[in-house]
Ligand binder design. Sequence first.
Ligand SMILES: Nc1ncnc2c1ncn2[C@@H]1O[C@H](COP(=O)(O)OP(=O)(O)OP(=O)(O)O)[C@@H](O)[C@H]1O
Ligand SMILES: [Mg+2]
Length: 265
Amino acid sequence: MVGDTSLDSGCILQTDGLSKEFLGFVAVGDVSLRVRRGSIHGLIGPNGAGKTTCFNLLTKFLQPTRGSIHFDGRDITRMQPAEVARLGLVRSFQISAVFPHLTVLENVRVALQRTRGGSFDFWRSDRVLRGFDERAMELLEDVGLIGFTHRPAGELPYGRKRALEIATTLALDPVMMLLDEPTAGMTAEDVDRVVKLIRRVAAGRTVLMVEHNLKVVEGLCDIITVLTRGRVLAEGDYAAVSRNPEVVAAYLGTDPSIAGATTHG
Ligand SMILES: Nc1ncnc2c1ncn2[C@@H]1O[C@H](COP(=O)(O)OP(=O)(O)OP(=O)(O)O)[C@@H](O)[C@H]1O
Ligand SMILES: [Mg+2]
């Protein structure tokens, strides 16, 4: 079995022997993660390695076949997704969760309402709604979207949509954010902007991010866990992990572009 399963107080998130099987296929096998409080932790690995499945386990969208998950000292293994989100472990919304016909401001306001109310309440007083607007504008400022406030979200350029997604995540005031491929499909200019944004929003929080662009990983992540075929292959800082022959082999076996640290195709 796994080694030391006692809780490490320096870690905000700890998994022990975390496993997920789909009809006997091991998508995540015996993963024991330690994410230090306040760190930006990268989760990398070739396509199909189990990264997104890991995220789905952490946010409780999937129930593990085996193993445990502790967040902020609590056992969250059997909790519901909403409970985990309330504790402050929040995954950035998928783009599809941005309402395209609502403006940028309205999207953030909806996210704020969702946090406070639990469900929609169309009878809130004007004063309460203006309070949301103030906070929404602060968030838009934080993610550099002030110039887009009244634009329908569906008209935003791709990189700006990811910024909006991060703003709606920040509306939940997360203690720890999970970002699944935050720079996927972006132009170089957008990547730079989102990297700066992640660095800014990571202050005072913990971030666990899946990222295929190794330049981004190198620039942002304090520590990196490498998954292959559902298992942890290596862990360390970028210099150590990128020098690891097993890591290089795992990547070269599936994706020749990785040695050059390019974006995910
Ligand atoms: N619901 C499911 N049912 C069956 N198999 C699944 C399911 N979800 C994921 N898998 C399988 O589990 C493995 C891990 O998938 P996962 O999406 O976690 O990989 P990933 O590391 O996020 O890959 P990528 O880099 O392509 O996003 C894959 O082989 C995938 O086909
Ligand atoms: Mg994935």
